[in-house]
Design a protein around this ligand. Structure first.
Ligand SMILES: Nc1ncnc2c1ncn2[C@@H]1O[C@H](COP(=O)(O)OP(=O)(O)OP(=O)(O)O)[C@@H](O)[C@H]1O
Ligand SMILES: [Mg+2]
Length: 289
């Protein structure tokens, strides 16, 4: 073991440091590399085959030309920064992931093998929640940049490797998947009172094949139907904002008419006065980051 590190406090944890974690078996065949996209709640690493990384850096000759193909992760490895009080709190978190899986199914979320790790790097035992997650390739479906019917077309056009001949089919498939996703979330809300975080940029990804995947699967919050606006563990009003995102998906992607009067969920959460309060909390949250 090299220098111990407290991974929960590190804002950045480099790929080589991850190998120093006592619960990861050193392997010559695998490389853990800090993922270029990141969030607030987790350390995210791509798990790559060492031979793919070698090809990426040294190149390989193909048809007489040296190419440098990007190493594609075989898995994503996530370590939650959250300090859990005890094992029960972690089990509760895993239970929420299973609820999500039940309502959205394996097609709509990035499947994850969630596990606890006993981290001993700082001289005492700490329990961490980790996940080995399926890697999802594609473009971020950013709910804050969805403006009408053309939004999906624009996303398709921005895909690096696309065949324009497939455009119409792709848009139809992606739209259908958004519809199934919205229905699943609504069912989850009604039957369990939980909603996953849909608000974070990068939480939803559309793949080159037109599949929709929720990759951020660890911030699932309880709906609060009281006048108070509940905040998640980072102080973000993720319940209210996620419901707003749901409405954006329905309005902008599915082109549905949304009337507050007819929908009890939106009538309550999207009421103008409440939204003003949520926006204020959001502004304060970003100002304090
Ligand atoms: N399995 C995955 N496949 C591809 N990209 C992923 C995967 N998991 C996460 N990402 C990307 O990594 C970035 C951070 O992920 P995520 O939102 O899950 O982070 P977080 O720190 O847990 O959450 P938060 O958004 O709450 O801060 C996002 O841009 C997301 O698209
Ligand atoms: Mg996120």
């Amino acid at each position: 073991m090299n220098q111990p590190i407290d991974i929960r406090d590190q804002a950045h944890l480099s790929g080589s440091e991850v190998k120093n974690l006592n619960f990861i078996k050193a392997s010559k065949a695998l490389v853990f590399r800090k993922y270029y996209r990141s969030g607030l709640r987790s350390h995210i690493f791509e798990v790559l085959l060492a031979r793919d990384v070698l090809k990426e850096t040294q190149g390989e000759i193909s048809d007489g030309i040296r190419m440098f193909p990007r190493a594609r992760p075989i898995k994503m490895f996530r370590i939650l920064r959250n300090r859990f009080k005890n094992k029960e709190a972690i089990f509760q978190e895993i239970k929420k992931y299973n609820i999500l899986l039940k309502f959205l199914g394996p097609d709509l979320i990035a499947l994850s093998e969630e596990f606890l790790a006993d981290y001993t790097g700082m001289g005492k035992n700490q329990i961490l929640l980790c996940g080995l997650q399926e890697y999802v390739e594609g473009q971020i479906l950013d709910p804050w940049r969805l403006f009408g019917d053309h939004s999906l077309t624009e996303l398709f056009v921005s895909m690096p490797q696309k065949n324009m001949a497939n455009h119409q089919r792709w848009v139809e498939k992606a739209k259908k998947n958004v519809e199934i996703f919205v229905q699943g979330i609504r069912r989850m809300i009604t039957l369990t009172g939980y909603i996953p975080d849909l608000a974070g940029i990068g939480n939803l990804i559309l793949t080159p094949g037109g599949d929709l995947k929720l990759v951020d699967i660890n911030n699932i919050v309880e709906l609060n139907t009281k006048d108070t606006i509940s905040l998640d563990d980072k102080g973000y009003p993720s319940c209210d904002v996620s419901i707003e995102v749901l409405s954006i998906l329905e309005r902008e992607v599915l082109q549905q008419d949304i009337t507050l009067e007819e929908d009890p969920l939106y009538r309550f959460f999207l009421a103008p006065k409440r939204r003003e309060r949520v926006k204020k909390i959001e502004r304060e949250f970003y100002a304090n980051l």
